[in-house]
Design a protein around this ligand. Structure first.
Ligand code: HMG
Length: 399
């Protein structure tokens, strides 16, 4: 048994296409500052016809494999709420297209945006019980709401892959966590729908209630006190949600922080999310990567409080400490290239992709349109069988 388990590598992938929220605001005759300032989003990553959670997850794992030895990985846990099959785990497609060895077990996990954290905690337990184990965790989603709905400007898509090992190079996960489950209908997506249903204002309330419950449980289980933390990172359905959540946590702890102080504290965790949009299960880990990659100061030894929320709802508060030398295992320039390399599309092209669907009658379709830039794409569907292919990433993504 070991307690020294955590994130040894972490990498982001997103789609090849992006919509500036100014374009959406213009199409809906809305003041763009409602999106840029009010909800704190500037762009949303949009999946092309040839992109889905499998292509995104494979790209994120490949980034890790390109710089860190993943031989010896025996488990791949893929968390998503936008899976591609009711039965076969998306991770098995990822296993296939990456050519991983057969002695890697694969499973898919679901509980709205919380499942990535469930996967991380399961990975941690596996490595705690046998420190020779290495686990790949992938949190990946394509967030889609109805056109014209309040959720539309919060859409996004992306994957975060993490390698979980003993003696990690980036973040050591601490043992205490606090959890909170509450059966509520704040956001959901019945099997027949491609877009989520949401009770927007109530979902914010449910998130806050979950934060309060998870924090209370964390403290009741000997978790650290508020003042023991250097940073906080929250699930970010839109970046302003983190500010609201943190103000709530401050108040719960009898503190008082003005909006500017909170905005300053949350800022480094929001740089990437602001440009990608909601990535559901991946969102909190996009926030963690943003914190680690965009703060110029050395964060070694700093404690980060993490609040993961998944509608429906399950929340978990946990913490980690940053490992000295973590910077050597990150690649902010690559992340910048991934974000800057996306192709901006107009409103018409976005609407086409919003409505795009694979055949549901068993007919075959070859996808000629190429949006993916990161080395993996959905090439088509043949008699209800998805066909994935690898290609040489475009130079923008290679950096
Ligand atoms: P809305 O009702 O269209 O927006 O949608 P609003 O009128 O509440 O305005 C939003 C903010 O913009 C407000 O600020 C306005 O004042 C401001 P706030 O009061 O919140 O501080 N505003 C402006 N600011 C500057 N200039 C302007 C301007 N106009 C307005 N001109 C809502 C907001 C979040 C409800 C909507 O986007 C939505 O339904 N989103 C989807 C649901 C969601 O993200 N919920 C969050 C909690 S649930 C969660 O996190 C789980 C989730 O990730 C799913 C999962 O778990 O799988 C969603």
């Amino acid at each position: 048994m070991t307690d020294h388990v955590g994130i040894d590598d972490i990498a982001l992938a997103t789609t090849g296409l992006v919509v500036d929220l100014g374009v959406l605001a213009q199409a809906h005759s809305v003041d763009p500052d409602k999106f840029y300032v009010g909800i704190g989003q500037s762009e949303m990553s949009i999946a092309g016809e040839d992109e889905d959670v499998v292509s995104l997850a494979a790209a994120a794992v490949q980034t890790i494999a390109d710089r860190t030895d993943i031989s010896g990985v025996r488990t791949l846990l893929l968390a998503t709420e936008t899976g591609v099959d009711q039965s076969k785990a998306a991770g098995v497609f990822v296993h296939g297209v990456l050519g991983l060895p057969p002695n890697v077990r694969v499973v898919e996990l679901k509980q709205a945006c919380y499942a990535g954290t469930a996967a991380l905690m399961m990975a941690r337990s596996l490595v705690c019980s046998d420190p020779s184990e290495k686990v790949l965790v992938v949190a990946v989603d394509v967030a889609k709401y109805d056109v014209g709905s309040g959720g539309e400007p919060t859409q996004g898509a992306g994957a975060v892959a993490m390698l979980i090992t003993a003696d990690p190079s980036i973040l050591r996960i601490e043992p205490k966590t606090g959890v909170h489950t509450d059966d509520v209908m704040d956001f959901w997506r019945p099997n027949h729908r491609t877009t989520a249903l949401v009770d927007g204002k109530f979902s914010i309330e449910a998130y806050m209630r979950s934060l309060e419950g998870a924090w209370t449980d964390y403290r009741a289980h000997d978790g650290f006190a508020y003042d023991d933390f250097d940073h906080f990172c929250y699930h970010q359905p839109f970046t302003k949600m983190a500010n609201k959540a943190h103000a709530h946590l401050v108040a719960l702890n009898g503190g008082d922080a003005d909006k500017a102080e909170i905005a300053e504290l949350m800022g480094p965790t929001q740089t990437y999310n602001r440009r990608i949009g909601n990535t559901y299960t991946a969102s909190i880990y996009v926030g963690l990567l943003s914190l680690l990659e965009t703060v110029p100061a050395d964060l070694a030894g700093h404690r980060v409080g993490m609040f993961s929320y998944g509608s429906g709802s399950v929340g978990e508060f946990w913490s980690g400490t940053v490992v000295p030398g973590y910077q050597l295992h990150l690649d902010p320039e690559l992340t910048a290239t991934v974000l800057d390399g996306r192709k901006a599309i107009d409103h018409e092209a976005y609407l086409h992709l919003h409505d795009f669907a694979l055949p549901i009658d068993g007919t075959s379709m070859k996808i000629d349109e190429r949006a993916a830039r990161n080395g993996f794409r959905l090439a088509g569907v043949d008699a209800d069988r998805r066909q994935y292919e690898r290609f040489e990433p475009t130079s923008a993504v290679l950096g």
